[in-house]
Design a protein around this ligand. Structure first.
Ligand SMILES: *Cc1c(COP(=O)(O)O)cnc(C)c1O
Length: 392
């Protein structure tokens, strides 16, 4: 039914087959395992001659519904949903790389991804070269005979650098490398990495996809042969998405398009309002004309996303004073919520990096990250401006 619909409509209309109850909204399939009519049906399921569900670590109707919607939105061949964004990151790398392989990774990546890649991957015999986001020559120079995958996110968290997906897609194609893109900040509605040659796209569904700060979740979508390997790895290692979380996330996808429109509108308005503020050293937002990669953002994104960042004059102390003076915005670690959020990466998400490593990826001492919520934009701006006045 839904195959010929626009992906946005598919994200609303894809649904598990209706039961004899005739429910309109998908029921929750809270079950660890599934029953078979007879021994032959069970044998066939285990032999993968049927696609009957066996056990919820492998598959579950709620999880499948969420996954199918994400596959449609990203224009992918297949997908696998995971318990968190981090298990999508780890699963997509560990299922495909082995002892002796080499990974090229953008140096501007999520803090925990950075820790996983630098601290744990060498223990499995997988070597890594970290390259500065926009330095094309460094990407070329990093290629080795055993390089297998390129990993990146764009826009980056939290400094909102934009990587040129068209250039990187051609680069990975030329060297026959797997391109793995964390599309968390853009969501499939603003950016489709597969159109530029990505083989895999991963998400922390915890952020914009849930959009209401309730559950953890993740997903990997992309080429069917690679997803098959990731599925086999994950069904053995167990980072499966819970059916309850999948139900929440699938419902959330029905409103993702309208929510992102307002998040992006609010983020741009806040960014514009802060540009001229005397307490602000700089503002970064992909769709602000002054952004260093503004033209790349315009080429590959439909809108700038819901996150902006800015530097409060006065360094770490001013950053702390700013957070303490906020009245409406939440001071919390998440992003991608209906409620606007402020955070201070240098003392929190990126505190595990050295000062030097932080500066190398643009995390200055007074950097504040704002996740623009769905409140009336004037209320968001007013709260930020009054807190800036108290951060002197
Ligand atoms: C939050 C985040 C992750 C990790 O996702 P979890 O759901 O918290 O495990 C990965 N990448 C990016 C860009 C993120 O913002």
């Amino acid at each position: 039914m839904s195959d010929n619909l626009d992906p946005i409509s598919q994200a609303i209309r894809i649904q598990t087959p209706r039961t004899q109850q005739g429910e309109h909204s998908t029921p929750l399939y809270l079950t660890s395992s599934f029953c078979f009519d007879d021994a032959e049906a069970m044998r066939a399921a285990f032999a993968e001659e049927s696609d009957d569900n066996i056990y919820s670590r492998f598959s579950n109707p709620n999880v499948d519904e969420f996954t199918k919607k994400m596959v449609a939105l990203e224009g992918a061949q297949a997908g696998f949903a995971t318990a968190s964004g981090m298990s999508a990151v780890v699963g997509s790398i560990m299922a495909l790389l082995k002892n002796g392989d080499h990974l090229i990774c953008s140096s501007s990546i999520f803090g925990n991804t950075n820790t996983f890649i630098k601290k744990y991957m060498p223990g499995f015999g997988i070597t890594v070269t970290m390259v500065p986001a926009g330095d094309n020559a460094a990407w070329e120079a990093a290629v080795q005979p055993n390089t297998k995958m390129v990993y990146l996110e764009t826009p980056t968290n939290p400094q909102l650098e934009v990587l040129d997906l068209e250039w990187i897609g051609q680069f990975t194609k030329k060297h026959k490398l797997i391109l793995n893109v964390d599309n968390c900040f853009a969501t499939p509605l603003l950016q489709k990495p597969i159109d530029f040659g990505a083989d895999l796209v991963i998400h922390s569904a915890t952020k914009w996809i849930d959009g209401q700060g309730r559950v953890l979740g993740g997903v990997v979508v992309g080429r069917a042969d690679l997803i098959r390997e990731i599925y086999l790895f994950c069904r053995v290692t167990g980072p499966s998405l819970s059916p309850f979380n999948a139900w929440v996330l699938s419902k959330s996808l029905e409103t993702l398009d309208v929510r992102m429109e307002r998040h992006c509108h609010n983020a741009l308005k806040v960014a514009e309002a802060l540009q001229s503020h005397s307490q602000v050293a700089f503002v970064k937002y992909p769709f602000l004309k002054g952004h260093p990669q503004y033209h790349i953002a315009q080429k590959q994104m439909k809108a700038g996303g819901g996150v902006l960042c800015f530097e409060v004059k006065g360094g770490v102390e001013a950053g702390r004073k700013f957070l303490n003076a906020l009245q409406m915005l939440s001071v919390t670690a998440n992003l991608g919520d209906t409620r606007s959020i402020a955070s201070h990466p240098a003392s929190t998400t990126h505190s595990k990096l050295t000062e030097e490593e932080r500066l190398a990826v643009g995390i200055t001492p007074g950097l504040i990250r704002i996740s623009a919520g769905l409140e009336k934009v004037d209320d968001i701006i007013n709260d930020i401006v009054q807190a800036l006045e108290k951060s002197v």
